[in-house]
Design a protein around this ligand. Sequence first.
Ligand SMILES: [Zn+2]
Length: 237
Amino acid sequence: MTARNEIREKIAIATKMLLAERMIGPFGHCSARVPDTDLFAILGHKDDHVKDASEIGSDDVVLINEEGIVVEGDLDVPGERHIHLEIYKKRPDVQAVVHAHPFGCVAFSIVGRSPKPIWHLCTVFAEGIPIFDSSIQIDTPELGQKVSEVLGAHKAVLLKGHGVAVVGESIEDATVSAVSLERSAQLEITASSLGDVREIPTSELTEDLVSLGLTKDEFVSAQWDYWSFRIQERHKG
Ligand SMILES: [Zn+2]
């Protein structure tokens, strides 16, 4: 499998994961850099045909250039591609971006505060998650730049009353991090109904806690494999 086909396949799997977690619906998308090119892979769509999740495959992923123009594939691309493109321009370390609209994270953004490090599987966000303080649709390069500036060097940015953008060193990293962040947000909302929310203290935020004794790649792979298995099971028969 060529590198770009492998990326297409992974974006299709990531999309199914995010759909299964109800983090995206008709809107929301994952993208990735195409190695050794100036191109980016992102989920495309046809406005007159909404696919069932089980039908989504690598053919639904198109390649776009730095201006967001489709250079490979015969589908429309999201207006919000500028979230992705402007993050890639500002962050050479970022290989993949997930933009989703998950309820838990959006709930936090509405009240103007970010999820705290409260769950041991989701401490990669312990350095904080900034909030983009506008609910406008990010459909121009200028707005994408503003989101990218608020993101800065962080791993995620909340978009007020809208959603979240999560970045990663790979499609797998961005996707499982996004899923974990939303789960942590929902866990915090649940816990706060029971009593005071107690953060994991900085002194306990060690590499070991973040990765549970696995290397970072192993930690990400274990979660990606689990979610991939869940997707396969869900779409059987
Ligand atoms: Zn959006």
